[in-house]
Design a protein around this ligand. Structure first.
Ligand code: BG6
Length: 487
């Protein structure tokens, strides 16, 4: 049985306390950890935003949020105990002369009690908020600030945010969240690679033919169209989530799981990513938008219809990436992500090379393959070649050794934010991005955006809910005599 180890007492202040992220993720995550007995009784959770609201209103808002995010109805008497931790302060925290006295009344300021400032607001106001916190003397020795992605929209803006926040908080007090790093299966990538001696001798160009990383979503942009149109699949998903997955798959073994060891190895991978020039962008990338289609038999509009205007923002991207180092020379990494794909599935496929000689003729041999299901149906499958029993000649089938989480672990999968929030309180930075990581990822993405423009890479299309991206993404792999893997 999983055991929850209580964290020490802390206070958390959520800027954007009535926003989408607080509603969908942060408040439910804190509730679950409290219900599991991990959050001590004297902790305070303070929501801040400009809307006028009192504690009572905020508690009602949080109740609805937690109920929405919880499959079973919330236990009302338990909730009454939890809601006592919730408080609300209405203020404009971007003003340098903001009055922090109402907030300070809720906090127990001390040098060793963690004080978490979670910025669940637009990145444009990260720096003004931090400056105001600094001016109010709230950057205490035990204070830490959590920055949501996206950190900027390009290298220059990310640099400005990092410099501005860094002028108030030391790097070791800055927690840059990529919630993919809090997913159970993503953490398992490290365990799979570095707690099993089986893989490491094979984990390189000699045994691996190529690697595929897919993050497919079946929902569209919905009411986030305003934000999404200024971003697109490359900035919204590749710059952070997909590149983080790629780093964990490709990095060298870190010396330890603590401190900076993992982050240092990830940075090396990002720095080794081959820049995508205009010439390479034409052959090695595909961008596309979804057109009207259907999800579960129901018609759904195309991206432009949802947006209500013309746009050149991609909702799908596929990239053939290369890592220029000794381990990964000539091993392509195919990345793809899109909204309104056939279904929601995120997986990593490690395709091993063919046997050097096939003594079985045309009996149907394939190569070994390791499939890591990030979500849903979390698990790991290792495909091996097996002789099909029975008469009728030698037939070889590719079948998986199937390690499905659901069959092996009877636990509730905690949402990624639960683990990450508790790590902030514990002061564990290993699952958060360091400044250089964010900037190296932006550098590569900026180069690709520039290449798209220079090479005038066309905007392809795919039918919403009916296709796994455009045909051009399949052709990109066909040119290399490969295919996207389908279960
Ligand atoms: C967010 C993106 O970071 O991740 C969203 O902004 C995306 O566009 C979401 O839908 C996907 O997260 P998950 O955990 O549902 O795979």
């Amino acid at each position: 049985m999983a055991e929850f180890i209580p964290v020490g007492s802390f206070d958390i202040v959520i800027f954007g306390g009535t926003g989408d992220l607080a509603q969908r993720k942060l408040l439910p995550a804190l509730y679950h950890r409290w219900a599991d007995g991990q959050i001590p009784e004297d902790c305070r959770i303070v929501g801040i935003s400009r809307s006028e609201m009192d504690d009572k209103g905020f508690r009602a808002f949080a109740f609805e949020a937690c109920e929405e995010a919880t499959p079973d109805a919330l236990n009302k008497s338990e909730w009454k105990k939890f809601e006592k931790h919730l408080h609300y302060v209405a203020m404009d925290a971007t003003q340098s002369d903001a009055d922090w006295s109402a907030l300070k009344q809720h906090l127990k300021l001390s040098d060793d009690r963690p004080l978490v400032f979670y910025l669940a607001v637009t990145p444009k106001i990260y720096v003004p908020i931090c400056e105001a916190l600094g001016a109010a003397g709230l950057n205490t020795p035990s204070a830490r600030v959590v920055l949501e992605k996206p950190i900027g929209t390009d290298l220059a803006s990310a640099h400005a945010i990092n410099a501005g926040v860094g002028a108030v908080f030391k790097e070791e007090c800055i927690y840059r969240i990529d919630h993919y790093l809090g997913k159970e299966t993503v953490q398992n990538l490290m365990v799979l690679r570095f707690a099993n001696s089986l893989f490491e001798p094979l984990w390189n160009r000699t045994a691996i033919d190529h690697i595929q990383i897919t993050v497919a979503e079946h929902y569209g942009v919905g009411d986030r169209a305003g934000y999404y149109d200024g971003s697109g699949a490359l900035r919204d998903m590749v710059q952070n989530h997909l590149l983080q997955l790629l780093c964990l798959i490709a990095m060298e073994p870190p010396n330890s799981i603590n401190g900076d060891a993992i982050r240092t190895e990830k940075i090396k991978v990002l720095e080794a990513l081959r820049p995508i020039t205009a010439e390479r962008a034409k052959r090695n990338t595909v961008r596309a938008q979804y057109k009207a289609g259907a999800v579960k038999g129901e018609p759904v509009p195309g991206y432009l219809e949802e947006l209500g205007q013309d746009s050149s923002t991609e909702t799908f991207v596929a990239i053939k990436a290369a890592i220029d180092n000794w381990r990964w020379a000539r091993v392509p990494f195919y990345l793809r992500t899109g909204k309104r794909m056939k279904d929601r599935h995120s997986e990593i496929v490690v395709q091993f090379r063919e046997t050097p000689h096939s003594m079985f003729g045309d009996a149907g041999t394939q190569s070994n393959r390791l499939v890591i299901n990030v979500q849903p149906d979390e698990g790991v499958r290792l495909y091996l070649q097996i002789k099909e029993p029975g008469p009728g000649g030698l037939r070889i089938k590719s079948l998986p050794l199937n390690l499905a989480y659901a069959d092996n672990f009877l636990v509730r999968y905690p949402d990624a934010y639960e683990r990450l929030l508790m790590d902030v309180v514990r002061g564990n930075l290993s699952l958060f991005m360091r400044r250089e990581e964010v900037e190296a990822a932006w550098k590569w993405v900026d180069g690709l955006l520039e290449a798209w423009e220079q090479a005038e890479v066309p905007m392809e299309s795919y039918q919403a809910g009916l296709e796994d991206g455009p045909v051009e993404a399949r052709l990109m792999l066909r040119r290399d005599e490969r295919d996207w893997w389908e279960a």
